[in-house]
Ligand binder design. Structure first.
Ligand SMILES: [Zn+2]
Length: 83
């Protein structure tokens, strides 16, 4: 049986690449009996979803609100020295 520390590490790894079948099973088994690691996984997923949403939101904002005029204004602001 995996230890919590190993499971935590694998769950973090899982956010970047899929686990192999053996690790998947080992983690699933551990999660079935370990409340703390289930909570940790939930938090990781919430964090990832939130980051995805934020990233999409920012892209959408940039597409829709940054007109040529807005870019011009920003460029002007950047050129103007701060008082
Ligand atoms: Zn655990």
């Amino acid at each position: 049986m995996l230890k919590c520390r190993e499971v935590t590490r694998l769950l973090t790894l899982e956010t970047e690449q899929p686990l192999n079948a053996y690790r998947q099973v080992a983690v699933t088994l551990h999660l079935a009996i370990c409340h703390n690691c289930r909570r940790h996984r939930r938090q990781l997923r919430q964090m990832r979803d939130w980051l995805d949403q934020e990233a999409q939101h920012e892209v959408a904002q940039a597409d829709h609100t940054l007109s040529a005029e807005a870019r011009q204004r920003i460029a002007e602001q950047l050129k103007t020295p701060k008082k």
